[in-house]
Ligand binder design. Structure first.
Ligand code: SAM
Length: 321
C-alpha cells in the first residue's frame, strides 16, 4: 500500500497519455501556436504499462487516462486492454473532450474502460466554437450519446465563466439530468496559459444561480473526491470543485503521471520526479523507488488559496487537469 507522510492512502493514478489536444480551450491553452514535447520524448504505451504494473502492484486501484486529448493517441484501446487484462478489478476511467468518441466508444468499452468524464461547457454551437477554437459541439454530443449507448458511465465537467457560459449552468445541468449523467462544476483555475480575459464563477455565485431554480441539500464531500456534493429534492446529485479551498487535500489520494514520465505528487506544485529512465532501462525496482519517494513527498495541501497563493504556471493540458 502507498501511504504518504500525512497518512493518506494513495491509490489513484491519473495518466496523461499526451499533452496534445484537438481543442484550444481558452481556459486551458495559449492562443498562439506553441511547441509540443517532441514525440520521441513520450513514453510508449508499453513503457507506460510497465509503470502501471508497478503502481498497481504497490496498491493503485483507480487509473484515469487523460491528456491533452487522450483519444488523439493511436491504439488507446489496446493500452486500456493491457491494463484491464493485468487487473480487471481496476477502476479504469478516462477524461475526454468527446470529439472523437463516437467512433471509439465501443472499442474502449470492449477493452475494459468503465467510465468517462466529458467536458461540456456549453450547449450552444457558437459558444463551443468560441471556447474550443473550432466547431466542436455536434461531434461532442454525438460522442456522449454513443458512450451512453455502449454502456459507459458518463460524468460531465463544466467550467462556468462569466459572460461566456454562466447563463447555461441550468441548461447544461438539465441536459445531464435528462441523460442520467452526473455533473461537476469546476471553478476556473487561473493559470499562465489561459486567456487573460476569463473570470470564473465562484462556487457561491454558482449556488445562488442554482438556488433560484432548485431546492437542494448540502452533502459535503464523499470519499476521496475533491467535489463538494449537493442533492436536489428529486434525488439528482451534482458536484462543485473549488480548487481555491484546500479542504479536500486531507482526503487526496491521487498522483499524476505525464506522457513524458514525470510523476507529480500535487497538481499545485511544480515538483515532479521522472520514472522514464528507470522504465526505459527495465529497472522496475528503480521505478518503484521513485513512486514511493513521490508519495512520501506529497505535500500536505495545495496553495491555491491563502497568502502564498499565486497563479499556477502548470499547464493542465500537460497534467490532465
Ligand atoms: N481533453 C480532455 C478534456 O477536455 O476533458 C482531458 C484534459 S482536460 C485538461 C481535463 C479537465 O481539466 C477538463 O474537464 C477541463 O475542463 C479541466 N480544465 C482545464 N483547464 C482548466 C482550468 N483552467 N480551470 C478549471 N478546469 C480546467
Amino acid at each position: 500500500m502507498l501511504i504518504d507522510s500525512y497518512d493518506r492512502v494513495v491509490d489513484y493514478l491519473r495518466v496523461s497519455v499526451t499533452e496534445r489536444c484537438n481543442f484550444r480551450c481558452t481556459y486551458c491553452m495559449p492562443e498562439k501556436p506553441f511547441s509540443w514535447v517532441p514525440k520521441e520524448n513520450l513514453l510508449t504505451f508499453e513503457e507506460l504499462f510497465e509503470f502501471m504494473k508497478v503502481a498497481i502492484d504497490e496498491g493503485v486501484k483507480k487509473i484515469r487516462i487523460t491528456g491533452g486529448e487522450p483519444l488523439l493517441r493511436e491504439d488507446l484501446d489496446k493500452f486500456i486492454k493491457m491494463i484491464y487484462d493485468y487487473k480487471p478489478s481496476i477502476d479504469l476511467a478516462m477524461t475526454t473532450n468527446a470529439f472523437l468518441l463516437k467512433g471509439a466508444a465501443q472499442r474502449l468499452k470492449d477493452a475494459g474502460l468503465k467510465r468517462i468524464n466529458v467536458s461540456i461547457d456549453t450547449l450552444i454551437p457558437a459558444v463551443a466554437k468560441q471556447i474550443a477554437g473550432k466547431d466542436v459541439l455536434k461531434n461532442v454530443l454525438a460522442g456522449v450519446d454513443e458512450a451512453l449507448k455502449v454502456g459507459l458511465k458518463v460524468k460531465v465537467n463544466m467550467v462556468p465563466m462569466k459572460t461566456i457560459n454562466a447563463d447555461e449552468i441550468v441548461s447544461v445541468l438539465e441536459y445531464c439530468k435528462e441523460k442520467d449523467m452526473s455533473i461537476r462544476f469546476i471553478e476556473y483555475m487561473e493559470n499562465t496559459h489561459a486567456s487573460k480575459e476569463i473570470t470564473g464563477l465562484k462556487s457561491k455565485e454558482l449556488l445562488s444561480i442554482l438556488h433560484e431554480k432548485y431546492h437542494f441539500s448540502d452533502d459535503g464531500f464523499d470519499g476521496s473526491s475533491p467535489s463538494h456534493y449537493y442533492t436536489m429534492d428529486d434525488g439528482y446529485r451534482f458536484g462543485i470543485i473549488e480548487p481555491y479551498a484546500d479542504d479536500f487535500c486531507k482526503q487526496c489520494n491521487r498522483i499524476r503521471l505525464t506522457a513524458e514520465g514525470k510523476l507529480i505528487p500535487c497538481l499545485y506544485f511544480d515538483e515532479a520526479m521522472s520514472i522514464a529512465e528507470s522504465i526505459k532501462r527495465g529497472d522496475i525496482k528503480g521505478a518503484a523507488l521513485v513512486l514511493k519517494e513521490v508519495v512520501r513527498t506529497k505535500p500536505e495541501k495545495n496553495r491555491w488559496g491563502g497568502e502564498d497563493s499565486e497563479v499556477s504556471s502548470r499547464a493542465f493540458y500537460e497534467t490532465g487537469g
